[in-house]
Write a protein that binds this ligand. Structure first.
Ligand SMILES: Nc1nc2c(ncn2[C@@H]2O[C@H](COP(=O)(O)OP(=O)(O)OP(=O)(O)O)[C@@H](O)[C@H]2O)c(=O)[nH]1
Ligand SMILES: [Mg+2]
Length: 442
């Protein structure tokens, strides 16, 4: 293992600039740059010198002997003056003395490789640094403390116990196995099912906290899509006219509903006989739909309700039906009482917008967030989905064919998929992808 160095503070000018080193040569480099090894975990005032013994800067040195450090290796932090030239001279000095420039995320990667944190926690560091709202930051901190990882591990543990139980039963074939009459097994399956459901639900909310909630507004021309975008964002962002087919380009607006970051996307009206420009607009609308978390399906309240949406929607996307223009129909604003789940509102007057806010919060799972929220990523959601699928396949194999061997194998695969989240199972390729997203010095 070589010794790495990088600026830990962002580029630019600041009162203090921190250069961080990690690796086996830290002690030797510290002695050369500072003249002595600083007392562990104490702030030591020092002059920092380069390889030729010239003064470069002065400041505080902090020394953390491994393994009790962030990376698990010996770490030295030099807090110098925060100017770009001084910082690069400090880094050059470390390079001359045998360190090499760190790659993006390499400090955190070493922490992961030395078991200081698992993969989900390492990702939470990047999420915390990059969080766009206070809620997201709190949730990321919670993930960093291991809240998400421990839930994943608890579920993996349940799967292992179940698998051991099934395998033990298979290993004694002289006894007739009655899997379906086995209360303990059935109870175990049920409790895993519930745990999967709960974890997937909270992970979905965690992803929304991290990435925001993407809401695509679709409907027939003139239904009032652009008017609704403008109403929700409080800006005249999209052009509104009485001409059907006004919007052709995608119009995006970022809004916040009680701290829930929502990206609103207004699209061209969907219709069968568009002109050439509209046709391209509709193609873009369909493209936008592919990544929607929720779809606002706008209908003109003057017209009879449309029964189904003829578009292909992503798996799990929520559809919220909006009956717009109730100022012209005298209908009651808010959630329709007819069980259709439609929200009645007027983009023109603003009546019923509160109810729509509430529907969006509910659809995003953003109600009663409480203290338990943590951030998660698409990678985690995908792994959870695969794990749940293996589990369900195994459960079905048992219930339909009494195939205990198949259940055991699917449980093993489910456990493996869960292991990808925390990094219990990981490939170099996966690690490369995750840590390359970090900035240098993290
Ligand atoms: N009375 C009333 N008129 C509305 C309301 N919402 C929109 N309109 C009107 O309906 C017409 C179409 O509105 P837009 O917002 O442009 O509709 P759109 O769905 O974006 O239309 P395209 O971009 O052409 O697909 C405009 O004349 C709006 O003023 C509403 O709540 N009440
Ligand atoms: Mg429009």
């Amino acid at each position: 293992m070589d010794t790495i160095v990088a600026a830990a503070t962002p580029p630019g000018v600041g009162g203090v600039g921190v250069v961080r080193l990690s690796g086996p040569q830290v002690e030797e480099i510290a002695r050369r740059m500072i003249g002595e090894l600083p007392e562990p975990r104490f702030a030591t005032a020092a002059t920092f010198r380069n390889a030729s013994g010239e003064d470069v800067d002065s400041g505080l040195a902090l020394y953390f002997p491994g393994p009790a450090s962030f990376t698990g290796e010996s770490v030295l932090e030099l807090q110098g003056h925060g100017g770009p030239v001084v910082m690069s001279m400090l880094i050059d000095a470390a390079l001359e003395l045998g360190a090499r420039m760190a790659e993006p995320g390499e400090f955190t990667k070493r922490a992961f490789l030395n078991d200081k944190l698992d993969l989900a926690q390492a990702e939470a560091i990047a999420d915390l640094i990059g969080s766009g709202t206070a809620q997201a930051a709190r949730a990321a901190l919670h993930s960093l403390s291991g809240a998400f990882s421990s839930k994943v591990e608890a579920l993996a543990e349940q799967l292992v116990r179940l698998r051991m139980y099934v395998e033990a039963a298979i290993d004694f074939p002289e006894e007739e196995i009655d899997f379906l009459g086995d209360e303990q097994l059935l109870a175990g399956l049920k409790s895993c099912s519930r745990a999967f459901e709960e974890l997937r639900r909270t992970a979905r909310v965690g992803r929304v906290l991290r990435d925001g909630y993407r809401v695509v507004i679709v409907g027939k021309p003139n239904a009032g899509k652009s008017s609704l975008l403008n109403r929700l964002s409080g800006e005249e962002a999209a052009i509104v006219t009485e001409v059907a087919g006004t919007t052709r380009d995608i119009v995006r607006e970022q809004i916040s509903i009680d701290g829930l970051a929502v990206e609103l996307i207004d699209t061209a009206g969907l219709r069968d006989d568009p002109d050439r420009i509209e046709e391209e607009g509709i193609r873009r609308a369909r493209e936008a739909l592919k990544s929607a978390d929720a779809v606002l399906w706008i209908q003109d309240a003057n017209e009879s309700p449309e029964q189904r949406i003829d578009e292909k929607l992503p798996e799990g996307a929520e559809i919220i039906i909006v009956r717009n223009k109730i100022d012209m129909t005298d209908e009651q604003a808010g959630l329709a009482a007819d069980g259709s789940g439609a929200v009645r509102l007027s983009a023109k007057t603003g009546d019923g917008i509160d109810a729509l806010h509430e529907c969006l919060r509910a659809a995003a799972g953003y109600r009663n967030l409480g203290e338990g929220a943590f951030t998660s990523r698409k990678r985690h959601i995908d792994a959870l989905r695969r794990a749940a699928k293996h589990f369900m396949t195994g459960k079905a194999a048992l219930e339909d064919m009494k195939a205990g061997e198949l259940l055991a194998e699917e449980l093993r695969l489910a456990q493996e998929a869960l292991g990808e989240i925390t990094g219990a199972v990981s490939s170099d390729d996966l690690l490369g992808r995750i840590f390359s997203e970090f900035c240098i010095g993290k």
